[in-house]
Design a protein. Structure first.
Length: 178
């Protein structure tokens, strides 16, 4: 048997389809190809970490609070830089800088851009708002518990009534049930 050669229109149709699939991979949409990986570099520092800083801290204490610095310079040995750069696959880049200065191996000052309140894994999660509510509820519960403890201490310190001081005495018996 002789193999049948496909018609010219079929070949053209297949070529056009292959070209369309190849060009679809070059689209710039989020769901399309090529995949653009997000690029994250530097130190992620939160407001909570910055709040730990106090003048006079040693280098080790600063390293414990903020993490190891990304940039240390031989020319500026008394300065640590904590840059952060994030370029998502699609969208605008984010950049933050934070710098600490030392004199005689003691922290003297720090400055930089405003740092975020949350860690990266907490941002854009459906439970981020729920986590904040849970933390608020937990702090309210702790405050209520402290208040209850204070009330019980006050009641324990209150003078005792002579009628209830000795419950086994005559006249202090509970009333019978009717």
């Amino acid at each position: 048997m002789i193999a049948r050669i496909p018609s010219r229109s079929l070949k053209t149709g297949l070529a056009v389809a292959a070209l369309a699939v190849a060009l679809a991979g070059c689209s710039g949409d989020k769901w399309g190809f090529p995949y653009k990986a997000p690029v994250q570099q530097g130190n992620w520092i939160t407001q909570e970490q910055v709040a730990l800083l106090q003048p006079g801290m040693t280098r080790e204490q600063v390293r414990f609070a903020l993490g190891s610095p990304t940039l240390t310079s031989v020319l500026h040995a008394n300065r640590w830089d904590y840059p952060y750069y994030f370029k998502p696959g699609y969208g605008d880049a984010q950049e933050r800088k934070f710098t600490v200065w030392f004199e005689n191996d003691r922290l003297v000052r720090w400055e930089g851009d405003k740092q975020p309140d949350l860690q990266p894994y907490q941002i854009n999660t459906p439970d981020a708002a729920a986590d904040e509510k849970a933390e608020k509820r937990l702090s309210e519960d702790e405050a209520r518990q402290k208040q209850d403890e204070a009330e019980s201490r006050r009641e324990a310190d209150a003078p005792v009534s002579p009628l209830n001081q000795y419950p086994g005495q005559p006249g202090n018996a509970p009333q019978p049930l009717n």
